[in-house]
Design a protein around this ligand. Sequence first.
Ligand SMILES: [Zn+2]
Length: 289
Amino acid sequence: MKLSDHVKRVFILGMDGAGNFVQQADTPYLDAWLKRGAYTYNAQAEMPTISAECWGSVLHGVTPDKHGLDNDKAASEAYSIQSPYPSLFRLAREQLPDAKLAAFSAWAPINSGIIEDNIGVHKFSLSDERLTEELLAYIGVNPDVRLLFLQLDEPDGAGHCYGYGPDSPDYLAAIKGSDERIGRVLERLEALDLVADSLIVLLTDHGGGGENKHGHGSPHPMDRNVFWGCIGPGIRQGVLPGRVSITDTAAIAALALGLETPGWDARLPEGLLDEDAEADGGKAETDNG
Ligand SMILES: [Zn+2]
């Protein structure tokens, strides 16, 4: 099968700064939904393990040294236009001119500086709860959206404030809160019958508490190890055996949308696709019976 023939829309649903502490936090929705697809608790954030660098890689498909984004540049609306690597959103706009595209980012620089302006992306930047409500309202009237991104920010805010890690109750509570919001989104998708023909990526951009209890940015495993999962038609169920980078999100999203990609660092994780799902459609199904 050709993956893009079976995927009508792609959802990239993320929370900021949760690392793989979702294993210690109470996250019933993630626990259940990750098992419906391919997942790992040992995916790797990019270096440095900072939001703009990492979300930049998720959305631009290349490592931070190539996309060049940092928190200051992301906050400057001019930068994304100069970037030599287009975002996944820009690729989608160029190759799917009429597609509905939407980005719900609690951390505003994602919308202002990481995803290009003036390419017809429906952008919302609000606090986590209001953002979730906006997304639920949006999907109800736009079930034909092709690419939708969500970034919730409270785990990272709680980590900076109270400290990251399994011994920080307020941090774990913020992860639980994000799990509930993403869970509401997933349950709405299910209620609208949008799960079977969607590709859903669940992820975080980095962890924290490695070299600095109240920060992140280092290569320490607490900063760098993250959960990552993908659910959809043609996606295997079970733990991914090999290395996964958050950057690989761009590759699977592009494949699912049928987009031609530039020279990206993003790769399809080993073992992600069912054996009958073809990465390039080259081994086409016999379609004439
Ligand atoms: Zn972050």
